[in-house]
Design a protein around this ligand. Sequence first.
Ligand SMILES: *Cc1c(COP(=O)(O)O)cnc(C)c1O
Length: 362
Amino acid sequence: MMRCWVEISRERLAANFHAIRRAVGDSVAVMPVVKADAYRHGAAEVAQVLTAEGAQWLAVSSVDEGIHLRRHGIAARVLIMGGVLPWERQQLREYDLTPAIHDLADIGRLGDIAYHLKVDTGMGRLGVHAASTDIVQAVSSHPSRLEGLMTHFASSADFSSPQTDLQVEAFEAVRTALAAAGHVPRYVHMASTNPVMLPRRQTWQNMVRPGIALYGYWTPGKEAPRPLLEVRPVLSWKASIVLVKEVKRGSPLGYGAMYWAQRDMRIAVLGIGYADGLPHKLSNRGRILAGGKAAPILGAVSMDLTVIDVTHAPHLQTGDTVTVIGTDGEAQQDARHVARAAGTITYAVLCGISSRVKRVYL
Ligand SMILES: *Cc1c(COP(=O)(O)O)cnc(C)c1O
């Protein structure tokens, strides 16, 4: 037992991975995205599970994240998606990492390293934004190997927007121009979770890059079709009750007296706060599952402590477990619910779980 911890189900992770593999079929490789410490599920452990289940490629954001995988014995190919800084170039070779290239000028700086060329087809963030002729010329004039061609979508969950179709079109133009010059990359990939889940099959090419679906989530978008497959949350987030007590009607609770007891009530002080990643925005709004019910957060979420109403559960005592993400009896809450209550996104809730929170692998 701990003060605040997450439980990560290796079985669910593997099941989500296989569900995605089955959905896209044998002709499409699945490159799991394990950036940001695998959305805080633990990059090394997640990578171990996924490579044992057959993943040949993993994607991370930074060279540091790639090195972390290598230092934990991960032998799969690793794509660095988020850019390589000038002083990190040497480490690509040293750690056998594969860069996504976002600037044509970088192709000449790679030596003979294989790379994936990222095209900015309208996302307006990373990726090469250049005329097809310039792209073809840059690829042709260097000995490095164009192993992959990729892009990333800005609005793939939104079926009321034409942006994804326009991006596909722009991508196809570059791909066609490269093919005409004899450059046919082994891997062509565009799709993250949403174009897999809400299926946009024309984006699958021969590789997909799901991140959050592996961890059990996806984004319901505007006018979007039903999801193609079912994925289930991999992570549960728990905390211990530090203290239970009775307070009288009219008592102020916590910083700034943001909450006043509306009646005599029983409260529990939990060993979790915003330093653990529980969003401060949940102050006076969020719920924590306790004693089989969703118990309202009372007052401010503080750094290390949070107060909830447990009047409904007189049996709860110090040392008992409450659930931020997961199930407790009939009650269930996932990261999407937490995000909605906090006015943020599921990704930010998961990535916000801090390093102080212990991880237990099941
Ligand atoms: C994060 C990321 C992904 C995975 O996104 P999800 O929405 O988590 O599936 C895929 N590709 C790129 C370039 C990314 O940055």
